[in-house]
Ligand binder design. Structure first.
Ligand code: SMG
Ligand code: MG
Length: 377
């Protein structure tokens, strides 16, 4: 269902942007690199009716996608925030249209839209989950596990997360760290819900190796090939028994429609940042639900801001697989929100407070801030 009841317009007075550096509890390694500190941009929309918060989920370097933090920092100040400040009074549903002339930069657009949406919903006393169409009050929590030193170390790390109660495990793979890692986890833990994420590390020439994963009865393989390899993904999907799920390739509802039409994916990972916002994310959800295609909510190592919003999104009825919606403590010893997201019986609660439903911890926010700017009308 599209948004049942739109939000009331807000009068945007100023936008504060901050670059944060948040140390990770342990290094996070994917096929494209290792992160030890999360660099992220937090957005505060100051409106006549109060503040709203959003998060721009770019990474320091353009390795996951073409977006990166200093590029986001520049384009936000130079073009996107001024376009919103010039518009003055508008509804959250108008943000995407106001920013549409500017090509790409979807993570920036998503962060700005979320801040405006949060301000509007807080002013109305409406929770984001209710606004987006959530149908449950908690969501099953999966965890994304980075590549470890060895398959043995991976088993130990996965065991720790299972002990914490996570209901689904995703392991990162890359060429040379795929079959043995997956086999080690299957051998150690039996029939747990398990999936793998390659972050574009393979080509169609690797199809034989990827087909070896079929014997592990995985929930899915996520983004084996490059972002723009839609046809190759379709070719690969026809060869594998393991369902192919797209992440990086799905940059919009249109991209989702094309991928489904070409049978390039039978599952879709929805990330609001990657697709330009929570409203576009709902459109993809609606499309996939109508097509009978399962979706799940991806993660971008969000702070409590994006993590709370993701829990709301993941509560929509088409999210039939557990998402990468884990506890704040999965990545951070100290989140920037007053109520960190916690794991409760393998689930994360959908916040019930107005807007994103979590309050910012101003001291934690200040302590993590490395750059800050205020843009006014
Ligand atoms: O937020 O739990 C999280 C991270 C989940 O693995 C995760 N995200 O490709 O799905 C993905 C990656 C993107 C970020 S990698 C640095
Ligand atoms: Mg992924």
């Amino acid at each position: 269902m599209p948004i049942a009841r739109p939000a009331a317009p807000i009068a945007l007075e100023a936008v504060e942007l901050r670059v944060l550096h948040l140390p990770l509890v342990s290094p996070f390694t994917t096929s494209f690199g290792t992160e030890t500190v999360r660099e992220v941009i937090v957005v505060r929309a100051q409106t006549a009716g109060g503040d709203g918060w959003g998060e721009i989920v770019t990474q320091q370097a353009p390795l996951y996608s073409s977006e990166y933090t200093q590029g986001a920092w520049d384009v936000a100040q130079r073009y996107l925030v001024p376009a919103l400040l010039d518009a003055g009074t508008f509804a959250p549903e108008q943000v995407a249209g106001l920013l549409e002339p500017f090509i790409g930069h979807r993570m920036v657009k998503a962060g700005l839209e979320l801040a405006v949406l949060d301000a509007a919903l807080r002013a109305e006393g409406r929770p984001l989950g209710e606004y987006l169409g959530a149908t449950v009050d908690r969501v099953p929590s999966g965890v994304s596990v980075g590549i470890q030193r060895s398959p043995e170390a991976l088993v130990e790390t996965v065991g720790g997360y299972l002990d914490e109660g996570y209901v689904r495990i995703k392991i990162k793979i890359k060429p040379g760290r795929d079959i043995a890692d997956t086999a080690a986890v299957r051998d150690a833990f039996g029939a747990i819900p398990l999936q793998v994420d390659a972050n574009s590390a393979y080509t169609l020439a690797d199809a034989d190796i990827l087909a070896e994963l079929d014997r592990f009865d995985l929930l899915l393989i996520e983004q084996p090939l490059q972002e723009d390899d839609i046809v190759d993904h379709a070719t690969l999907a026809a060869r594998l028994r393991t369902p192919v799920c797209l992440d990086e390739s799905i940059v919009s509802d249109k991209a989702a429609a094309d991928a489904l039409a070409l049978r390039a994916a039978s599952v879709i990972n929805i990330k609001a940042g990657r697709v330009g916002g929570y409203l576009e994310a709902v459109r993809i959800h609606d499309r996939c639900r109508a097509a009978g295609t399962p979706v799940w909510c991806g993660g971008m190592l969000e702070t409590g801001i994006g993590r709370a919003a993701n829990a709301a999104l993941a509560a929509l009825p088409g999210f039939t697989l557990p998402g990468d919606v884990s506890a704040s403590g999965r990545f951070y010893t100290r989140d920037i929100v007053a109520e960190p997201i916690v794991l409760d019986d393998g689930h994360v609660r959908v916040p019930t407070g107005a807007g994103i439903g979590v309050e910012i911890d101003p001291v934690a926010l200040d302590d993590a801030t490395v750059e800050r700017v205020l843009l006014r009308r």
